[in-house]
Design a binder for this molecule. Structure first.
Ligand SMILES: *Cc1c(COP(=O)(O)O)cnc(C)c1O
Length: 395
């Protein structure tokens, strides 16, 4: 780990941790665009390969730009170790490969990223790891579903798109009472708004593709946790199998982290304003946003998160036809399933991100045909609102 003052606040860590200035005395973080590194002698090469001496070997598992990103994110999440990966999905895969084995049971929230469900159900199952799903917000349902062979609890909070919350502290206690790990996908909040490790979670996962980049440019992921599980076990998978982050992408994320806290505060403030406005609009049946007093877990959100985040979902009256009409009436908002960008995006979950579910599963998940998700960007909130108002007023 880098040398840094443990008293530093998150904003300082986001800017000052991870860069070890070279002899060129560069001010900004350089990109080390090199796949391999040279050794001073045959003996040094042997010592590096044997792990007897630290230092760069080969960029599948050692690159200074990637390491700078890892050190910075670890410092921001409050973890001992971080492993950067090629995508959020490969962060989840590497975590499962590093920490689970045949015969283990994985207990997951039902409300997780669609590809994560496919990874668990279609691929992990082939290697003898079984997954079952429970309601994110219901701690007693989690407890009831734990089996003797359960090794890992997996959550995303707030959930996508309905912004339901999982109580990280309660789930961590439950996991540890049953000799399980709690893994939190912290993509929606980022360490700027929520630090799961401080609440007792064991592992934090990121899709850096989203808010860590913040400008929709690059694919990446990360796993943060303790030195043994992440620094040895998950790192070992990466070193061997190679779902590695590229130095160029690491540099993008490294610079993204510097403005993360500012951006998350701005995303949240705009989303709060939009949610309040939507709640007062007659064409809208219900708004889902943790910052609203009407959110069933509003108090937990205030305890667990620094701010409610940038994702707002709402049900329009009139089902799919009305929802599509609102989406198609926008001129500025981007119709895309991505999120965590300066550009505001609008999505119809029932026919896109949750389109693979049948009607019954969709109803059970609470994803109605009238549901719209907006990932609020950093354009002027007045313009975002005007763009939505056109379609809503026409309903
Ligand atoms: C996007 C996303 C992922 C997957 O990340 P990629 O970088 O697209 O592989 C995982 N979890 C959540 C919550 C996401 O939003």
């Amino acid at each position: 780990m880098s040398e840094f003052d443990p008293d530093w606040e998150l904003a300082t860590r986001a800017i000052r941790v991870g860069h070890h200035r070279t002899a060129e005395m560069e001010h900004s973080e350089p990109i080390f665009a090199t796949s391999s590194f040279v050794f001073g002698s045959a003996a040094e090469a042997a010592a590096r390969f044997a792990g007897d001496e630290p230092g760069n070997i080969y960029a599948r598992f050692t690159n200074p730009t990637v390491r700078a990103f890892e050190e910075r994110l670890a410092a921001m999440e409050g973890g001992e170790a971080c492993v950067a990966t090629a995508s959020g999905m490969s962060a989840i895969l590497s975590t499962c490969m590093g920490l689970l084995q045949q015969g283990d049971h994985l207990l997951s929230s039902r409300s997780i990223f669609g590809s994560t469900t496919v990874l668990f159900d279609k691929y992990l199952s082939r290697f003898g790891i079984e997954t079952s799903y429970v309601d994110l917000a219901d701690v007693s349902a989690w407890e009831a579903a734990i089996r003797p062979e359960t090794r890992m609890l997996f959550v995303e909070t707030p959930s996508n798109p309905l912004t339901a919350l999982g109580d990280i502290r309660a789930l961590a206690e439950l996991a540890h009472a049953h000799d399980c790990l709690l893994v939190v996908d912290n993509c929606f909040c980022t360490p700027a708004l929520q630090r799961p490790l401080e609440l007792g979670a064991d592992i934090v996962i990121h899709s850096a593709t989203k808010y860590l980049d913040g400008q929709g440019r690059a694919l990446g992921g990360a796993v943060v946790g303790d030195a043994q599980r992440v620094g040895e076990e998950v790192f070992g998978v990466l070193r061997t199998a190679g779902p590695t982050m590229s130095p160029f992408n690491a540099w993008i994320f490294l610079k993204g982290l510097e403005t993360l806290a500012l951006r998350m505060r701005a995303h949240s403030a705009a989303a709060q304003q939009l949610a309040e406005w939507l709640e007062s609009h007659p064409a809208i049946e219900r708004v889902y946003y943790p910052g609203l007093a009407s959110h069933p877990q509003h108090d937990l959100a205030k305890r667990q998160q620094k701010a409610p985040g940038g994702i707002v979902a709402f049900d329009v009256r009139g089902g799919r036809e009305a929802a599509w009409q609102v989406i198609d009436a926008t001129r500025m908002l981007s119709i895309t399933a991505n999120l965590g960008d300066t550009k505001t995006t609008i999505t119809h979950p029932a026919s896109t991100t949750h389109g693979r579910l049948n009607e019954e599963q969709r109803q059970a998940a609470g994803i109605g045909q009238g549901l719209i998700r907006v990932a609020v960007g950093l354009e002027a909130i007045e313009d975002i609102q005007k763009d939505l108002q056109r379609g809503l007023d026409a309903l």
